[in-house]
Design a protein around this ligand. Structure first.
Ligand SMILES: [Zn+2]
Length: 454
């Protein structure tokens, strides 16, 4: 690592509650930043990638081209990667009457009733707002699914998200996956590929002929060479005959010898299978090289509504898949729409749910929202290893568990070596009798977090 503090300008990142903003800053180096393993390092970037790395204490003199950030008090994690969003539906919950909510089929029906009145500008505005939230919370890569509505131009929502993808290129990477319904003509899938869709998707679990739907999407994928990401088995009860979309998908991938990446999203039914039925399915999924995406917040909301007791959790068989070496990524899925009325586009909301509902360790939960989704999406690695893309999220240097619990709102987000979002949070307190009696002049402002652990 080459560094000379007198030759290279050094900016302090500043405290988590500070008024400073680094947004837009090109970062040539980070000094004294804590890695996920707890060690302090100096790291420099060239061309948006990690070019050199050394322990902070052994920093030799030298020169770094450009300003470095003194990151004492901050911890760098790989930036989050959202493997499964629905940006076309984001923030539409308020357009529906406030009710108890609905299961999957009910949510689909509500969305379909609204979709004819959703135009390109509507999608673009809400999707941009969602991406801003994702980015500010540490996500620099997003795969979004997009519907092909039956009424009007079926590709107007796709066009909106392709425009957003291109607008954001270089800061936030967006992959757009056409979510074909079983009613969507095959010509629309082909046209979506021609317009620049990154991925082909579909919903065999909602189709009258699930096998036919898996087959149809894979046929187009073979013709176009595009990766595939299907919504599969998003139910807790088995289909009649016990067939699983994911088994069909895995068998067809193997039989066709597909080389592009194929992802199975949701796969909720696997979580309801007894071990003797689950084992061969997991083995098949591993053999076919599928990636699996679990979406805890939405499936905890949608599934199990009929249960009078012992309600299922709605997650896939996360532990069995991980044990078999299947890459299992996790995402936030829907946000404030008919499929999920809550959510905050926050990867650490997902990590908290993975630890509570899927019983993952801290490390496993972090991997599921950072490194593993990049593998599933076919993205190059991001983080602090040599050659990694410099996509990072700086969080206060508190124990990692506090971050994964979603308890730390302050974040500085770097994409390709440039700060794309900077969030500081100030907390004013006026607690207790003494403060109440003395009035606002004794109000206490504390940094967030209360005490930095070094
Ligand atoms: Zn989905």
């Amino acid at each position: 690592m080459q560094h000379d503090a007198t030759a290279a300008a050094t900016l302090p990142v500043g405290p988590p509650d500070g008024a400073v903003s680094l947004a837009g800053t090109e970062v040539a180096a980070l000094w004294s930043v804590r890695q996920p393993d707890g060690t302090l390092v100096d790291v420099s970037f060239v061309g948006g990638r990690v070019a050199a790395l050394s322990p902070t204490a052994s920093r030799p003199p030298g020169v770094v081209a450009g300003p470095g950030l003194d990151a004492r008090g901050w911890r760098a994690l790989p930036a989050a990667c959202e493997p499964h969003a629905h940006l076309d539906k984001a923030f539409t919950a308020a357009r529906f009457p406030a009710e108890r909510g609905a299961d999957l089929e009910g949510a689909v029906a509500r969305w379909r009733a609204l979709a004819p009145r959703v135009d390109r500008a509507d999608v673009l505005g809400r999707a941009r707002s969602a991406v801003e939230r994702y980015a500010s919370r540490g996500t620099t890569t997003i795969r979004t699914h997009v519907d092909a509505p039956a009424e009007g131009d079926p590709l107007r929502m796709l066009d909106a998200l392709l425009a957003l993808r291109d607008e954001l290129a270089g800061s936030v990477t967006v992959q757009v996956c056409l979510l074909a319904g079983w009613h969507t003509p095959t010509a629309v899938l082909v046209e979506a590929a021609a317009r620049g869709a990154d991925v082909l998707g579909g919903c065999p679990h909602l189709a009258p002929d699930p096998h036919g739907e898996v087959t149809r999407v894979l046929d187009v994928a073979e013709r176009t060479g595009l990766p595939v990401d299907l919504h599969v088995d998003e139910q807790t009860s088995l289909a009649s005959g016990g067939a699983l979309d994911i088994e069909d998908l895995a068998r067809q991938v193997l039989a066709r010898g597909l080389t592009q990446r194929v992802t199975a999203s949701h796969a909720v039914r696997l979580g309801s299978l007894p071990p003797d039925r689950l084992g061969p399915v997991v083995e098949l999924v591993a053999r076919a090289g599928l990636g699996v995406v679990t979406l805890p917040i939405t499936n905890l909301y949608l599934q199990g509504r009929d249960a009078t007791h012992l309600a299922p959790r709605g997650l896939t068989a996360v532990r069995a898949l991980l044990d078999a070496g299947v890459p299992v990524a996790a995402g936030a899925d829907n946000v404030r729409d008919p499929f999920n009325p809550v959510g905050s586009c926050d990867p650490f909301e997902t990590t908290a749910l993975l630890m509570t509902a899927a019983h993952l360790s801290e490390r496993e939960a972090l991997d599921a929202v950072t490194t593993t989704p990049r593998t599933v999406l076919g993205m190059p690695p991001a983080g602090l290893a040599l050659g990694d893309r410099a996509d990072l999220v700086l969080v206060p240097d508190v124990p990692l568990g506090d971050v994964l619990a979603g308890a730390e709102p302050a974040r500085v987000v770097v994409a390709g070596g440039r700060v794309v979002a900077d969030t500081r949070v100030r907390r004013d307190l006026a607690l207790g009798v003494a403060h109440r009696a003395a009035g606002p002049s004794t109000r206490k402002t504390v940094p967030v977090p209360d005490q930095l652990v070094r």
